[in-house]
Design a protein around this ligand. Structure first.
Ligand code: FRU
Length: 484
Protein backbone atom coordinates (compact mmCIF):
# COMPACT_ATOMS: atom_id res chain seq x y z
CA UNK A 1 0.00 0.00 0.00
CA UNK A 2 1.11 3.56 -0.65
CA UNK A 3 1.10 5.70 2.45
CA UNK A 4 -0.31 9.21 2.25
CA UNK A 5 1.20 12.02 4.29
CA UNK A 6 -1.97 12.10 6.32
CA UNK A 7 -1.66 8.43 7.24
CA UNK A 8 2.01 8.78 8.09
CA UNK A 9 1.39 11.70 10.43
CA UNK A 10 -1.86 10.52 11.96
CA UNK A 11 -1.66 11.07 15.71
CA UNK A 12 -0.79 7.97 17.73
CA UNK A 13 -3.96 8.23 19.81
CA UNK A 14 -6.10 8.06 16.66
CA UNK A 15 -4.99 4.52 15.80
CA UNK A 16 -7.64 2.17 17.16
CA UNK A 17 -6.97 -0.95 19.21
CA UNK A 18 -8.40 -3.01 16.33
CA UNK A 19 -5.99 -1.48 13.85
CA UNK A 20 -3.04 -2.18 16.14
CA UNK A 21 -4.27 -5.73 16.69
CA UNK A 22 -4.50 -6.22 12.95
CA UNK A 23 -0.88 -5.04 12.53
CA UNK A 24 0.29 -7.45 15.23
CA UNK A 25 -1.53 -10.37 13.63
CA UNK A 26 -0.01 -9.54 10.27
CA UNK A 27 3.51 -9.41 11.75
CA UNK A 28 2.95 -12.77 13.43
CA UNK A 29 2.53 -14.26 9.93
CA UNK A 30 5.92 -13.03 8.74
CA UNK A 31 8.47 -15.75 7.94
CA UNK A 32 11.32 -13.26 8.27
CA UNK A 33 11.38 -12.19 11.90
CA UNK A 34 14.92 -12.35 13.26
CA UNK A 35 15.73 -14.51 16.26
CA UNK A 36 18.68 -12.72 17.85
CA UNK A 37 18.74 -9.27 16.23
CA UNK A 38 16.80 -6.27 17.53
CA UNK A 39 13.65 -5.66 15.51
CA UNK A 40 10.69 -3.35 15.96
CA UNK A 41 7.79 -4.82 17.81
CA UNK A 42 5.58 -3.27 15.13
CA UNK A 43 6.20 -1.13 12.08
CA UNK A 44 9.44 0.40 10.96
CA UNK A 45 12.74 0.59 12.81
CA UNK A 46 15.42 2.97 11.60
CA UNK A 47 18.27 4.69 13.43
CA UNK A 48 19.81 3.53 16.71
CA UNK A 49 19.44 6.33 19.26
CA UNK A 50 20.64 7.13 22.76
CA UNK A 51 23.16 4.28 22.98
CA UNK A 52 24.61 4.65 26.47
CA UNK A 53 25.36 3.10 29.84
CA UNK A 54 23.06 4.14 32.67
CA UNK A 55 22.30 2.79 36.11
CA UNK A 56 24.35 -0.36 35.61
CA UNK A 57 22.76 -1.25 32.27
CA UNK A 58 23.26 -0.69 28.58
CA UNK A 59 20.54 1.51 27.13
CA UNK A 60 19.64 1.76 23.48
CA UNK A 61 16.61 3.13 21.66
CA UNK A 62 15.34 2.64 18.15
CA UNK A 63 13.62 5.14 15.90
CA UNK A 64 10.18 3.70 15.27
CA UNK A 65 7.05 4.33 13.27
CA UNK A 66 4.81 1.81 15.02
CA UNK A 67 1.91 1.54 12.57
CA UNK A 68 3.44 -0.04 9.50
CA UNK A 69 6.48 -0.21 7.27
CA UNK A 70 6.65 3.50 6.49
CA UNK A 71 8.66 6.55 7.53
CA UNK A 72 5.91 8.34 9.42
CA UNK A 73 5.55 9.98 12.79
CA UNK A 74 8.63 8.75 14.66
CA UNK A 75 9.25 8.01 18.31
CA UNK A 76 12.09 6.43 20.29
CA UNK A 77 11.58 2.99 21.82
CA UNK A 78 13.83 1.95 24.70
CA UNK A 79 15.77 -1.29 25.04
CA UNK A 80 17.93 -2.43 27.92
CA UNK A 81 20.66 -5.02 28.14
CA UNK A 82 23.21 -6.31 30.58
CA UNK A 83 25.44 -8.04 28.05
CA UNK A 84 25.02 -6.04 24.79
CA UNK A 85 23.56 -9.19 23.21
CA UNK A 86 20.21 -9.74 24.89
CA UNK A 87 18.04 -6.64 24.56
CA UNK A 88 14.64 -6.22 26.17
CA UNK A 89 12.10 -3.54 25.35
CA UNK A 90 11.14 -1.65 28.48
CA UNK A 91 8.04 -0.02 27.04
CA UNK A 92 9.45 3.46 27.49
CA UNK A 93 9.03 5.77 24.54
CA UNK A 94 10.00 9.28 23.67
CA UNK A 95 6.76 10.28 21.99
CA UNK A 96 6.23 13.06 19.45
CA UNK A 97 3.78 14.75 21.79
CA UNK A 98 4.93 18.33 22.47
CA UNK A 99 5.03 21.58 20.50
CA UNK A 100 8.78 21.01 20.04
CA UNK A 101 8.61 17.50 18.55
CA UNK A 102 5.06 17.12 17.19
CA UNK A 103 6.10 15.65 13.85
CA UNK A 104 8.71 13.28 15.13
CA UNK A 105 11.15 12.60 17.95
CA UNK A 106 14.09 12.30 15.57
CA UNK A 107 17.54 10.86 16.16
CA UNK A 108 19.95 11.71 18.91
CA UNK A 109 22.21 10.46 21.65
CA UNK A 110 22.39 10.10 25.43
CA UNK A 111 24.76 10.71 28.32
CA UNK A 112 24.45 10.20 32.05
CA UNK A 113 24.56 13.30 34.27
CA UNK A 114 24.29 12.66 38.00
CA UNK A 115 21.39 10.27 38.50
CA UNK A 116 19.71 10.95 35.19
CA UNK A 117 20.18 10.05 31.57
CA UNK A 118 20.09 13.11 29.34
CA UNK A 119 18.58 12.38 25.92
CA UNK A 120 19.62 14.87 23.26
CA UNK A 121 17.50 14.67 20.13
CA UNK A 122 15.90 16.51 17.24
CA UNK A 123 12.32 17.62 17.52
CA UNK A 124 10.88 17.62 14.03
CA UNK A 125 8.13 20.18 13.68
CA UNK A 126 6.16 21.18 10.60
CA UNK A 127 4.22 24.44 10.53
CA UNK A 128 0.86 25.03 8.83
CA UNK A 129 2.64 25.39 5.47
CA UNK A 130 4.45 22.11 6.10
CA UNK A 131 7.74 23.99 6.48
CA UNK A 132 10.13 22.05 8.70
CA UNK A 133 11.58 23.47 11.93
CA UNK A 134 14.28 21.28 13.44
CA UNK A 135 14.78 21.86 17.16
CA UNK A 136 17.63 20.31 19.12
CA UNK A 137 15.93 19.44 22.38
CA UNK A 138 16.33 17.24 25.42
CA UNK A 139 14.70 14.99 27.95
CA UNK A 140 15.75 13.46 31.25
CA UNK A 141 15.21 9.87 32.24
CA UNK A 142 15.46 8.96 35.91
CA UNK A 143 16.39 5.60 37.41
CA UNK A 144 12.75 4.72 37.99
CA UNK A 145 12.10 5.07 34.26
CA UNK A 146 10.29 8.43 34.36
CA UNK A 147 10.91 10.67 31.40
CA UNK A 148 10.68 14.42 31.60
CA UNK A 149 11.12 16.62 28.57
CA UNK A 150 13.00 19.90 28.89
CA UNK A 151 10.49 22.33 27.41
CA UNK A 152 12.78 24.69 25.57
CA UNK A 153 15.02 24.59 22.54
CA UNK A 154 18.62 23.78 23.45
CA UNK A 155 20.13 24.55 20.05
CA UNK A 156 18.36 26.69 17.46
CA UNK A 157 18.75 26.23 13.74
CA UNK A 158 21.78 28.38 12.78
CA UNK A 159 21.31 31.14 10.25
CA UNK A 160 23.69 29.53 7.83
CA UNK A 161 21.85 26.18 7.87
CA UNK A 162 18.72 25.00 6.12
CA UNK A 163 16.03 22.98 7.87
CA UNK A 164 18.27 19.93 7.45
CA UNK A 165 19.85 20.27 10.86
CA UNK A 166 19.56 17.25 13.12
CA UNK A 167 20.92 14.23 15.00
CA UNK A 168 22.93 15.76 17.89
CA UNK A 169 25.62 13.53 19.34
CA UNK A 170 26.88 14.50 22.78
CA UNK A 171 30.39 13.42 23.72
CA UNK A 172 32.91 13.99 26.43
CA UNK A 173 36.34 15.17 25.38
CA UNK A 174 38.82 15.44 28.24
CA UNK A 175 36.10 16.29 30.75
CA UNK A 176 34.30 18.88 28.62
CA UNK A 177 30.99 18.06 26.91
CA UNK A 178 30.52 18.81 23.24
CA UNK A 179 27.94 17.99 20.62
CA UNK A 180 28.05 17.64 16.87
CA UNK A 181 24.99 18.14 14.69
CA UNK A 182 24.42 17.05 11.07
CA UNK A 183 23.80 20.11 8.91
CA UNK A 184 23.25 21.51 5.45
CA UNK A 185 24.36 25.03 4.46
CA UNK A 186 22.49 27.46 2.25
CA UNK A 187 24.48 26.22 -0.77
CA UNK A 188 23.02 22.76 -0.05
CA UNK A 189 26.30 21.29 1.12
CA UNK A 190 26.48 18.97 4.07
CA UNK A 191 28.64 19.92 7.04
CA UNK A 192 28.94 19.13 10.73
CA UNK A 193 28.54 21.80 13.36
CA UNK A 194 30.33 21.61 16.71
CA UNK A 195 28.91 22.97 19.99
CA UNK A 196 30.21 23.18 23.52
CA UNK A 197 28.27 22.83 26.77
CA UNK A 198 28.96 26.09 28.64
CA UNK A 199 30.21 25.22 32.14
CA UNK A 200 29.37 21.63 31.21
CA UNK A 201 25.68 22.48 31.49
CA UNK A 202 23.86 20.26 29.01
CA UNK A 203 21.07 22.81 28.68
CA UNK A 204 23.41 25.62 27.61
CA UNK A 205 25.17 25.19 24.28
CA UNK A 206 27.37 27.61 22.34
CA UNK A 207 28.62 27.14 18.80
CA UNK A 208 32.34 26.43 18.46
CA UNK A 209 32.46 26.29 14.66
CA UNK A 210 32.19 23.90 11.79
CA UNK A 211 34.01 20.65 12.38
CA UNK A 212 37.06 20.56 10.13
CA UNK A 213 37.51 17.04 8.81
CA UNK A 214 38.65 17.84 5.23
CA UNK A 215 35.06 17.80 4.03
CA UNK A 216 35.05 17.22 0.26
CA UNK A 217 31.75 19.19 0.14
CA UNK A 218 30.07 16.95 -2.42
CA UNK A 219 27.38 15.64 -0.07
CA UNK A 220 24.19 17.66 0.42
CA UNK A 221 23.61 16.52 4.00
CA UNK A 222 25.56 14.76 6.74
CA UNK A 223 23.14 12.61 8.67
CA UNK A 224 23.93 11.00 12.00
CA UNK A 225 27.49 12.20 12.70
CA UNK A 226 29.32 10.42 15.54
CA UNK A 227 32.74 11.12 16.94
CA UNK A 228 34.45 8.48 19.05
CA UNK A 229 37.96 8.16 20.37
CA UNK A 230 40.05 5.03 20.23
CA UNK A 231 43.22 5.50 22.29
CA UNK A 232 42.88 9.25 21.73
CA UNK A 233 42.53 8.92 17.97
CA UNK A 234 39.29 10.40 16.66
CA UNK A 235 37.09 8.32 14.40
CA UNK A 236 34.29 10.23 12.70
CA UNK A 237 31.36 8.19 11.37
CA UNK A 238 28.64 9.85 9.31
CA UNK A 239 26.23 9.47 6.42
CA UNK A 240 27.14 11.88 3.62
CA UNK A 241 23.99 11.87 1.50
CA UNK A 242 24.61 12.49 -2.17
CA UNK A 243 28.39 12.06 -1.83
CA UNK A 244 30.09 12.08 -5.23
CA UNK A 245 31.17 8.62 -6.29
CA UNK A 246 34.35 10.23 -7.55
CA UNK A 247 35.33 10.90 -3.98
CA UNK A 248 34.66 7.28 -3.04
CA UNK A 249 32.64 4.66 -4.83
CA UNK A 250 29.64 3.09 -3.10
CA UNK A 251 26.63 1.11 -4.26
CA UNK A 252 23.86 1.74 -1.75
CA UNK A 253 21.34 4.54 -2.13
CA UNK A 254 23.03 6.41 0.74
CA UNK A 255 26.44 5.61 2.20
CA UNK A 256 27.67 5.30 5.78
CA UNK A 257 31.32 6.33 5.89
CA UNK A 258 34.14 7.17 8.27
CA UNK A 259 37.47 8.94 8.60
CA UNK A 260 40.21 8.26 11.11
CA UNK A 261 42.16 11.24 12.41
CA UNK A 262 45.63 11.32 13.93
CA UNK A 263 44.48 13.58 16.73
CA UNK A 264 41.74 16.02 17.67
CA UNK A 265 42.45 19.74 17.99
CA UNK A 266 39.53 21.09 19.91
CA UNK A 267 40.69 24.72 19.72
CA UNK A 268 40.50 24.60 15.96
CA UNK A 269 37.50 22.22 15.89
CA UNK A 270 39.73 20.05 13.78
CA UNK A 271 40.33 16.41 13.11
CA UNK A 272 44.04 16.48 12.40
CA UNK A 273 45.37 14.56 9.39
CA UNK A 274 42.18 12.71 8.56
CA UNK A 275 42.44 9.51 6.55
CA UNK A 276 40.71 9.33 3.18
CA UNK A 277 37.02 8.56 3.43
CA UNK A 278 36.21 4.86 3.86
CA UNK A 279 33.12 2.73 3.50
CA UNK A 280 32.04 1.46 6.89
CA UNK A 281 30.34 -1.59 5.40
CA UNK A 282 30.55 -3.20 1.97
CA UNK A 283 27.14 -4.87 2.11
CA UNK A 284 23.68 -3.84 1.02
CA UNK A 285 22.30 -2.39 4.21
CA UNK A 286 24.09 -0.33 6.83
CA UNK A 287 23.09 3.17 7.79
CA UNK A 288 22.92 5.69 10.61
CA UNK A 289 25.49 3.80 12.68
CA UNK A 290 25.58 5.12 16.21
CA UNK A 291 28.82 4.85 18.16
CA UNK A 292 29.84 6.04 21.59
CA UNK A 293 32.65 5.62 24.08
CA UNK A 294 31.43 3.44 26.92
CA UNK A 295 32.51 4.30 30.48
CA UNK A 296 35.17 1.58 30.18
CA UNK A 297 36.61 3.40 27.15
CA UNK A 298 35.51 0.94 24.48
CA UNK A 299 34.03 2.38 21.30
CA UNK A 300 30.77 0.52 20.67
CA UNK A 301 28.59 0.80 17.59
CA UNK A 302 25.21 -0.35 16.31
CA UNK A 303 23.95 0.12 12.78
CA UNK A 304 20.53 0.20 11.20
CA UNK A 305 20.54 -2.65 8.67
CA UNK A 306 18.15 -0.84 6.41
CA UNK A 307 18.15 2.26 4.23
CA UNK A 308 15.91 5.25 3.72
CA UNK A 309 13.77 5.25 0.56
CA UNK A 310 13.99 1.49 0.01
CA UNK A 311 10.99 -0.87 0.04
CA UNK A 312 11.50 -4.30 1.64
CA UNK A 313 9.60 -7.56 1.11
CA UNK A 314 8.75 -7.60 4.84
CA UNK A 315 6.73 -4.40 4.36
CA UNK A 316 3.65 -6.43 3.49
CA UNK A 317 3.88 -7.97 6.96
CA UNK A 318 4.01 -4.50 8.54
CA UNK A 319 7.63 -4.66 9.69
CA UNK A 320 10.86 -3.22 8.34
CA UNK A 321 14.41 -2.81 9.63
CA UNK A 322 16.71 -4.53 12.12
CA UNK A 323 19.75 -3.49 14.10
CA UNK A 324 23.17 -4.98 13.53
CA UNK A 325 24.83 -6.80 16.37
CA UNK A 326 26.67 -4.51 18.76
CA UNK A 327 30.16 -4.08 17.31
CA UNK A 328 33.27 -3.01 19.12
CA UNK A 329 35.43 -0.62 17.13
CA UNK A 330 39.20 -0.92 17.38
CA UNK A 331 42.20 0.43 15.47
CA UNK A 332 44.83 -2.04 14.38
CA UNK A 333 47.79 -0.80 12.39
CA UNK A 334 45.88 2.30 11.47
CA UNK A 335 42.81 0.43 10.21
CA UNK A 336 39.34 0.40 11.71
CA UNK A 337 38.06 -3.01 12.78
CA UNK A 338 34.44 -3.72 13.69
CA UNK A 339 33.55 -6.94 15.43
CA UNK A 340 30.60 -8.21 17.48
CA UNK A 341 31.13 -8.02 21.23
CA UNK A 342 32.60 -11.14 22.84
CA UNK A 343 29.34 -12.01 24.62
CA UNK A 344 27.91 -13.04 21.23
CA UNK A 345 29.82 -16.29 21.74
CA UNK A 346 27.45 -17.12 24.59
CA UNK A 347 24.78 -17.91 22.00
CA UNK A 348 26.87 -20.64 20.41
CA UNK A 349 25.82 -24.26 20.59
CA UNK A 350 28.40 -27.04 20.28
CA UNK A 351 31.04 -26.58 17.57
CA UNK A 352 30.33 -28.68 14.48
CA UNK A 353 32.57 -29.24 11.51
CA UNK A 354 31.29 -27.32 8.49
CA UNK A 355 29.63 -29.55 5.89
CA UNK A 356 26.83 -29.13 3.39
CA UNK A 357 23.47 -29.00 5.12
CA UNK A 358 19.92 -28.88 3.87
CA UNK A 359 17.83 -27.85 6.86
CA UNK A 360 19.32 -25.32 9.21
CA UNK A 361 17.12 -22.94 11.19
CA UNK A 362 18.89 -20.04 9.46
CA UNK A 363 20.16 -19.00 12.87
CA UNK A 364 23.85 -19.72 13.13
CA UNK A 365 27.43 -18.50 13.01
CA UNK A 366 29.99 -19.89 10.61
CA UNK A 367 33.67 -19.45 11.13
CA UNK A 368 35.44 -20.06 7.84
CA UNK A 369 39.11 -20.52 7.08
CA UNK A 370 40.12 -19.61 3.57
CA UNK A 371 43.61 -20.74 2.65
CA UNK A 372 45.94 -18.42 0.76
CA UNK A 373 45.83 -18.58 -3.06
CA UNK A 374 42.44 -20.26 -3.23
CA UNK A 375 39.03 -19.57 -4.65
CA UNK A 376 35.99 -20.77 -2.86
CA UNK A 377 32.29 -20.17 -2.88
CA UNK A 378 29.69 -20.95 -0.28
CA UNK A 379 25.93 -20.56 -0.64
CA UNK A 380 23.86 -19.78 2.45
CA UNK A 381 20.07 -19.70 2.58
CA UNK A 382 20.54 -22.39 -0.09
CA UNK A 383 17.68 -24.37 -1.61
CA UNK A 384 17.98 -27.91 -3.03
CA UNK A 385 19.36 -26.48 -6.29
CA UNK A 386 22.07 -24.58 -4.48
CA UNK A 387 20.41 -21.20 -5.02
CA UNK A 388 20.80 -18.68 -2.23
CA UNK A 389 23.17 -16.05 -0.89
CA UNK A 390 26.43 -16.64 -2.74
CA UNK A 391 29.67 -15.64 -1.05
CA UNK A 392 32.86 -15.90 -3.01
CA UNK A 393 36.33 -15.64 -1.49
CA UNK A 394 39.31 -15.22 -3.74
CA UNK A 395 42.47 -15.05 -1.67
CA UNK A 396 44.53 -15.13 -4.86
CA UNK A 397 43.07 -11.99 -6.42
CA UNK A 398 42.26 -10.58 -2.97
CA UNK A 399 38.53 -10.15 -3.29
CA UNK A 400 35.28 -11.07 -1.55
CA UNK A 401 31.94 -10.90 -3.40
CA UNK A 402 28.47 -11.32 -1.98
CA UNK A 403 25.58 -11.90 -4.37
CA UNK A 404 21.97 -12.00 -3.18
CA UNK A 405 20.31 -12.32 -6.62
CA UNK A 406 19.08 -15.85 -5.95
CA UNK A 407 18.39 -15.45 -2.26
CA UNK A 408 14.64 -15.24 -1.96
CA UNK A 409 12.54 -12.27 -2.93
CA UNK A 410 14.31 -9.60 -4.95
CA UNK A 411 14.28 -5.98 -3.83
CA UNK A 412 16.29 -2.75 -4.22
CA UNK A 413 17.38 -4.01 -7.64
CA UNK A 414 18.20 -0.50 -8.84
CA UNK A 415 21.29 -0.68 -6.67
CA UNK A 416 22.55 -4.03 -7.96
CA UNK A 417 22.46 -7.44 -6.37
CA UNK A 418 26.13 -8.01 -5.67
CA UNK A 419 28.76 -6.25 -3.60
CA UNK A 420 32.50 -6.77 -3.35
CA UNK A 421 35.58 -5.49 -1.63
CA UNK A 422 39.27 -6.15 -1.74
CA UNK A 423 41.19 -8.01 0.94
CA UNK A 424 44.85 -8.72 1.45
CA UNK A 425 46.17 -11.54 -0.73
CA UNK A 426 46.72 -14.08 1.99
CA UNK A 427 44.79 -16.60 4.06
CA UNK A 428 41.58 -15.15 5.41
CA UNK A 429 38.99 -15.84 8.08
CA UNK A 430 35.32 -15.04 7.88
CA UNK A 431 32.79 -15.02 10.71
CA UNK A 432 29.30 -15.05 9.27
CA UNK A 433 26.18 -14.47 11.36
CA UNK A 434 22.93 -15.66 9.83
CA UNK A 435 19.56 -14.81 11.36
CA UNK A 436 16.41 -15.67 9.34
CA UNK A 437 16.63 -12.66 7.01
CA UNK A 438 19.84 -10.99 8.18
CA UNK A 439 23.47 -11.61 7.40
CA UNK A 440 26.59 -10.02 8.82
CA UNK A 441 29.93 -11.10 7.41
CA UNK A 442 33.12 -10.12 9.21
CA UNK A 443 36.30 -10.71 7.25
CA UNK A 444 39.50 -11.14 9.26
CA UNK A 445 37.78 -10.38 12.54
CA UNK A 446 36.26 -7.16 11.33
CA UNK A 447 38.74 -5.66 8.91
CA UNK A 448 35.99 -5.59 6.29
CA UNK A 449 32.27 -6.08 6.87
CA UNK A 450 29.31 -6.92 4.63
CA UNK A 451 25.86 -6.57 6.17
CA UNK A 452 22.48 -6.98 4.61
CA UNK A 453 19.05 -8.49 4.38
CA UNK A 454 17.65 -11.31 2.28
CA UNK A 455 14.08 -12.58 2.29
CA UNK A 456 14.44 -16.30 1.63
CA UNK A 457 11.80 -18.65 0.31
CA UNK A 458 10.60 -21.28 2.72
CA UNK A 459 12.92 -23.95 1.32
CA UNK A 460 16.06 -21.79 1.50
CA UNK A 461 17.64 -23.16 4.65
CA UNK A 462 20.76 -24.90 3.49
CA UNK A 463 24.50 -24.43 3.41
CA UNK A 464 26.18 -25.48 0.21
CA UNK A 465 29.87 -25.40 -0.62
CA UNK A 466 29.81 -24.58 -4.33
CA UNK A 467 33.52 -24.26 -5.02
CA UNK A 468 36.83 -25.01 -3.35
CA UNK A 469 37.21 -26.50 0.06
CA UNK A 470 36.76 -23.90 2.72
CA UNK A 471 37.01 -25.43 6.16
CA UNK A 472 35.29 -24.14 9.19
CA UNK A 473 33.02 -24.46 12.16
CA UNK A 474 29.27 -24.21 12.37
CA UNK A 475 27.56 -23.05 15.56
CA UNK A 476 23.83 -22.94 16.00
CA UNK A 477 22.95 -19.70 17.73
CA UNK A 478 20.21 -19.64 20.30
CA UNK A 479 19.10 -16.36 21.87
CA UNK A 480 17.80 -18.29 24.87
CA UNK A 481 21.20 -19.73 25.54
CA UNK A 482 23.30 -17.73 27.94
CA UNK A 483 26.64 -18.52 29.54
CA UNK A 484 26.75 -18.63 33.34
C1 FRU B 1 18.50 8.98 9.27
C2 FRU B 1 17.41 9.97 9.65
C3 FRU B 1 17.93 11.01 10.62
C4 FRU B 1 16.66 11.47 11.28
C5 FRU B 1 15.87 10.18 11.39
C6 FRU B 1 14.39 10.34 11.29
O1 FRU B 1 18.00 7.77 8.88
O2 FRU B 1 16.89 10.59 8.49
O3 FRU B 1 18.67 12.04 10.02
O4 FRU B 1 16.89 12.06 12.53
O5 FRU B 1 16.34 9.36 10.34
O6 FRU B 1 13.75 9.12 11.52
Amino acid sequence: MAWTTEQRYRRYEDWTAEEVQHIKENIAKSPWRASYHVEPQTGLLNDPNGFSYFDGKWVLFYQNFPFGAAHGLKCWVQLESDDLVHFTETGLRVLPDTALDRHGAYSGSAMQFDDQLFLFYTGNVRDENWVRHPYQIGALLDKAGNLEKIDRILIEQPEEATDHFRDPQIFNYKGQFYAIVGSQNLDRQGYIKLYKAVDNDYTNWEAVGNLDFANDKTAYMMECPNLVFIHDQPVLLYCPQGLSKEVLDYDNIYPNMYKIGQSFDINQAKIVDPSPLQNLDYGFECYATQAFNAPDGRALAVSWLGLPDVAYPSDRFDHQGVFSLVKELTLQEGRLYQYPVAAMQDLRGPAQVLTNQTHTENSYELELDLAADTQSEIVLFADADGKGLRIRFDTQAGQVTVDRKEAGEPFALDFGSSRSCSIDRKAAKANIFIDKSVFEIFINKGEKVFSGRVFPQEDQKGIFIAQGSPTGTYYELDYGRKAH
